[in-house]
Design a protein around this ligand. Structure first.
Ligand code: AVJ
Length: 309
């Protein structure tokens, strides 16, 4: 039953996005099994620096970042996935009372929570199945606890400015919230950014095109995937990388009871990855009711783990 509901959401999002003047698809639909596997490959690519750079910052500052959480407090992670990045904080956070991983994938979340219970037997692991881009119901026993939000991976970059402010503002209003640890990718020479999203091995191209295969597999679309190509674009305001899929010819695609027409060269916008500067990060914090307290960067200032208070 769940798959039917998810497919209905996927079809509805696809029809809405592909009948708009600028065709688009939400990036959350990248992550079917193959998309998730391809993303794992992306994180290890030489051109894709964010994952390894953030991991080094978290490693080098684990004790300091864990210290943001008061004794007995809860670390609440948005979009926790496999909680790989979090383990350094959980290991340094012997004083934590609870860890609250929030993720939309129930099966994956529960498997990860079970593993964490074994690794951190003294820590209360309280998984929450939710879409963190909307309101989240925290566990009742965590509601009154002092808590710190953790949102690594520069996934906030997928949100447009208004969505990012809305998310940070919602977290700011959680009872007992005392801080927010946020991973953000930074503005840098455009060539490095383009390469990170258009790698020489073509893995990101496969990742991007896979969303069309998912539509074919799960909602019976008839995309000719070979008739689309991966395209990466830089925009200055707001600073961001955009991923597109460009139609290489005039063609039509059947999706549900819709016939979608593509002109030659017309694109589907599949993802925006916003890149921050110290100023735009401070501006985001201010607009969301936070103060940018610290910005922990790597030596080349490519990525930042920010502490908001
Ligand atoms: C998982 C959203 C952080 O924006 O860098 C990687 C996704 N897209 N390569 C990013 C992604 C293409 C990634 N985030």
């Amino acid at each position: 039953m769940k798959d039917l509901a998810a497919n209905a959401d996927l079809l509805a999002d696809a029809i809405a996005g592909l009948t708009a003047p600028q065709k688009s698809l939400p990036p959350k639909w990248f992550y079917d099994r193959r998309g998730s596997d391809l993303f794992e490959q992306i994180t290890g690519l030489p051109e894709y620096y964010p994952t390894r750079t953030e991991a080094a910052i978290l490693r080098d500052h684990a004790d300091h970042l864990a210290g943001v959480v008061p004794p007995g407090g809860a670390l609440v992670e948005l979009g926790s996935g496999a909680s790989v990045k979090t383990r350094r904080l959980l290991t340094a956070g012997g004083h934590f009372g609870a860890y609250v991983p929030i993720d939309i994938s129930e099966e994956f979340l529960m498997a990860t929570a079970a593993d964490l219970c074994l690794r951190y037997p003294r820590l209360s692991i309280r998984p929450v199945v939710a879409d963190f881009t909307g309101p989240v119901d925290l566990p009742l026993d965590v509601i009154t606890t002092a808590k710190v939000a953790f949102f690594p991976g520069s996934t906030i970059g997928n949100l447009d400015p208004a969505e990012a402010v809305a998310l940070l503002s919602r977290v700011r209003n959680w009872p007992g919230v005392e801080g927010f640890i946020l991973g953000v990718d930074l503005v840098k020479p455009v060539g490095q950014l383009i390469a990170a999203y258009d790698d020489s091995a073509g893995v990101t191209s496969e990742f991007n095109l896979n969303i069309l295969s998912r539509l074919n597999n799960e909602v019976h679309a008839d995309f000719d995937v070979d008739a689309f190509r991966h395209d990466v674009r830089w925009h200055d305001d707001p600073a961001r990388i955009e991923m597109h899929l460009v139609s290489s010819k005039a063609q039509t695609v059947t999706l549900g009871d819709h016939v979608i027409t593509f002109a030659k060269g017309e694109s589907i916008h599949t993802e925006s990855c916003r890149k921050y500067t110290a100023d735009t990060l401070a501006d985001l914090a201010l607009k969301s009711g936070w103060t940018l307290a610290e910005t922990l960067m790597d030596a080349d200032a490519r990525f930042a783990v920010a502490v908001l208070r």
